[in-house]
Design a protein around this ligand. Sequence first.
Ligand code: ARG
Length: 558
Amino acid sequence: MDLKKLVYDQIKDVEILSCVDNLYQLLTVTQDSKNGDITLPCFSLAKILHKSPVAIGDEVVGAIHSDIFQNIVNVNGYVNFFFKKDMLFGKIIENFGKSDISKTGAGKTLFIDFSSLNLAKYMHIGHLSTTVIGSVIANTYEHIGYDVKRLNYVGDYGTPFGKMIAAIKHWGDESEIEKKGVDYIQDLYVKFNVEADNQPSLMDEARDWFKRIEDGEPEATRIYNKIITVSIAEAKRLCDILGINFDSWRGEAYYNDKMGPIIDTLNEKGLLVTSEGAKIVDLEPYGLGACMIQKSDGASLYATRDLATAVDRYNTYHFDLGLYVTSVQQNLHFARWFKVLELMGYDYAKNLRHIAYGTYSLPTGKIGSRFGKQALVKDMLDLSITKAKDVVISRGTKVDDIDALARSIGIGAVKFGVLKTERIKDCVFDLESSLNFDGETSPYIQYTYARCNSIINKSNGLEKVGDISDVDNFDTFELVKYVNDLDKTILDSANDFEPCYISRFLLGLCGLFNKFYNNYRIIDGDKVNKYRLQLVGAVKLALATGLKLLGIDATEVM
Ligand code: ARG
């Protein structure tokens, strides 16, 4: 429910305002809602209308005869509109959840390239951000009606795979790959990196093996395929645990032999320049340096593959919007190849966006994967679930399936760690505080949701009493207006690609709701206040919607 629109519809025909064309934009949500709900500041109108703001305000107040307002006051040229509370309660709460937000993106297609981890590596906590942020943006666009394609553009190409084969040849056994899975090749990969520091010739071997993969040599291909199969299986397993799925797992390797047309077009358009034997597109005029397209040895590059991939995605999906969720370190990479695509004449280049995020680390510092396997997503999830279980037991849960509850809370807390701050900010994940039921945490939201659920269950069959004045006091109305912002929050979150708008909205909602819950009786003996109950229902629905977008379980009972 757009409250500004509600006022706009009442004032648009007021004679003195008829020549104001940005009237809707002028309306603001009243700063302190004790002074009203919506305000029309008349200062900018004074010049156009050649009258003082106070005089304009007086005319507006005098001209409106609408029964949706309880009061309209002109305070020094600010016209403050107070809605009738029962009217607003009816409009907001009785129709809650029936908006047509899902029509926003009707007929539009969006692809989102996220997670996209390099398969040579374990999924470590650095990969969590892209996976979690990407999935929330995907959910949000789906919620507003887009046809969303979730693409996991796995890194299944490059020298790391040559390193793995070299390592298997030196210290391992090919037949163990399928049996022991990803742990086995990971250990060998780590060993390779350690050994290669003392023995540089190992790197030549790795490059040689990679070349053999590229040439399709049978032995190299066979081992490579085994590595990819077990790696994808493990990545899928983790995404399953996180409850995140994809429409495609087509990775970089697939596009490697599809770059000819890109190079041809670049040549035709006269965009390719040879520089020290390599082929580049000069982007100096745009302040972007150069985009390297082909190395001097003919090898293709990350950017070239991205160009080929984007063209293929357009031909497949005819997308209206294409998103790439990666760390902020890749800003330049995306800026460059987006520009190249534009210069090639592909109009849809303007519909591509790089969604960058900052570093996600543990209190002990940043963790890489080259030399170690600490801070792996799977370990972190296990730990979080175990701790969540301790917490719920110590709080004396009445749930039968404690393990399922601990999973919902534990996994939710890890995700929420990524989602609660602006994506571009670096964040440190502290497990202890993330599982605190009273902090700005996901368990707090889940707990509030369960509280709403329990009130609704308890009220079943009770006599419904009360009148509208039970919900028109100031505090309660703050909650009514707050919950009304759900759709706006979701749309803003989609527009800015900012999941934290939703997480913060939910935290704020929980704060106001718990205050309402503590101050007002909803159930009294065998009677339930029907207006307050309706409000609980709306809050419950808003929490469920938000949690679903964040990919966090709404726990019915805690
Ligand atoms: N695999 C890359 C990495 O881990 C991210 C790929 C992002 N997607 C893309 N189309 N470039 O850095």
